[in-house]
Design a protein around this ligand. Structure first.
Ligand code: NAI
Ligand code: 13P
Length: 383
């Protein structure tokens, strides 16, 4: 991929990392692909750790989707000049060993540990442009909360990355509002892995700090589906808030949502463990996102406006460049439910999507009378 504008800015960083060439030749190198609010926090967490792990090179590269700020400066230049992501995480120092790079190929070419953390709608394009460009020994982790729906069915983002790039991909999910972790307020997260515990431990070591406690769980699908599906529940919680329905209603919506998250996950993957829903990626993420997340906030505005202003419009106005995942995930989940004949068994998920596309009013979030009650999981079977 040709360098994007602003690439030369990477030469102005303050890091001493990378100056010891041959000595560090065999050391592991980390690149964070993505530089939104969570991507920037991920870079900060890992950057602080690699300085203390001798097997890792000091420098961390962070790929930036280049844009021009209102001041006329390129975002990459601003990050490397100030050591802050002035647009997506202002006021937080990332660490002097973080180097922003707008050239994706250059950012990943030496890395053997890749952290994917972009809004999920961009991962297809990113993966396609990375084919054949990575080291052969790359391990990846996805922090992306979302899913792809292909003709043959739903595809988790970690699976998509693995299949497109031929690499192993773990996941990290949890109750992780980026701005709170940026301020070093204590929280937990869950690393989901498939088979290789050693790799999972390496990711745990890279992310863990005294204020960020990471637990490995051998249930990659369960962990990732928790992170993905809770965004749909957060949209429902936002509707409840927008209509001032109160705490009991919100608690009911969160409980129903958690149950649908579990049932949907287990129908898609019989290997998914019930215990995963008690980890940070499960119930804790439902709680934090339904109270403090962006999906909740924009859905609240949507309901307050009686559904008359679109989510796209509200997202731009309220989030100022940050991206919502819940509305597109609700649509993707709906496609799966319809295709599998499961719509009636997941009334909350189905209703959220129908409200988002204005087929139902926001008040329908508590009106399931037109749908059958939720069936026990044992009575729902794949077609
Ligand atoms: N922000 C948070 O508190 C958390 C976010 N996540 C997840 O992390 C993932 C990344 O989200 P954030 O870091 O919050 O991003 P963000 O929503 O803060 O920022 C949007 C990002 O998208 C980039 N972008 C815009 N157009 C693009 C394009 N065409 N191609 C590639 N990138 C483009 C922007 O440069 C920016 O980096 C999402 O899946 C989100 O669900 C997970 C946990 C917490
Ligand atoms: O995933 C998140 C917290 O864990 C962030 O949620 P929002 O995207 O709704 O802000």
């Amino acid at each position: 991929m040709p360098p994007l504008e602003g690439e030369t800015a990477t030469t102005t960083h303050h890091s001493n990392a990378g100056n010891n060439g041959g000595i560090d030749g065999n050391k592991s190198r980390v690149t964070v692909v993505g530089s939104g609010s969570w991507g920037s926090v991920a870079a900060k967490l890992i950057a602080s750790n690699i300085l203390n792990i001798t097997s890792f090179h000091d420098e961390l590269k962070m790929w930036v989707f280049e844009e021009t700020l209102q001041s006329g400066e390129k975002l990459t230049d601003a990050i490397n000049r100030t050591n802050e992501n002035v647009k997506y995480l202002p006021g937080i120092k990332l660490g002097n060993n973080v180097v922003a790079d707008p050239d994706l190929d250059n950012a990943v070419k030496d890395a053997n540990m890749l952290v994917f953390v972009t809004p999920h709608q961009f991962i297809d394009h990113i993966c396609k442009s990375l084919v054949g460009k990575l080291r052969s020994d790359v391990e990846a982790i996805s922090l992306i909360k979302g899913m792809e729906v292909k003709i043959e069915g739903p595809c988790l983002i970690s699976t998509f990355i693995s299949e497109q790039l031929g690499i192993n991909c773990s996941v990290l999910m949890g109750a992780n509002l980026a701005n709170e972790i940026a301020e070093e307020k204590f929280s937990e997260a869950t690393v989901g892995y498939r088979d290789n515990r050693e790799i999972a431990e390496q990711w745990v070591q890279l992310f863990s700090t005294p204020y960020f406690m990471v637990t490995p769980v051998k249930d990659v699908e369960g962990v990732e589906l928790c992170g993905t599906l809770k965004n749909v529940v957060a949209i429902a919680a936002g509707f409840v808030d927008g209509l001032a329905m109160g705490n009991n209603t919100k608690a009911a919506i969160m409980r129903l949502g958690l149950r649908e998250m579990r049932d949907f996950s287990k129908l898609l993957f019989s290997s998914v463990e019930d215990n995963t829903f008690y980890e940070s990626c499960g119930v804790a993420d439902v709680i934090t996102t339904c109270f403090g997340g962006r999906n909740r906030k924009v859905a609240e505005a949507f309901a307050k406006n009686g559904g008359k202003r679109s989510f796209d419009e509200l997202e731009v106005e309220i989030l100022q460049g940050q991206k919502l995942q819940g509305v597109s995930t609700a649509r993707e989940v709906y496609e799966v439910l319809r295709h599998q004949g499961w719509l009636e068994s997941f009334p909350l998920f189905a209703t959220v999507h129908e409200i988002c596309i204005s087929h139902l009013p926001p008040s329908a979030i508590v009106n399931y009378s037109k749908r059958k009650p939720i069936l026990p999981l044992s009575e729902v079977s794949a077609h």
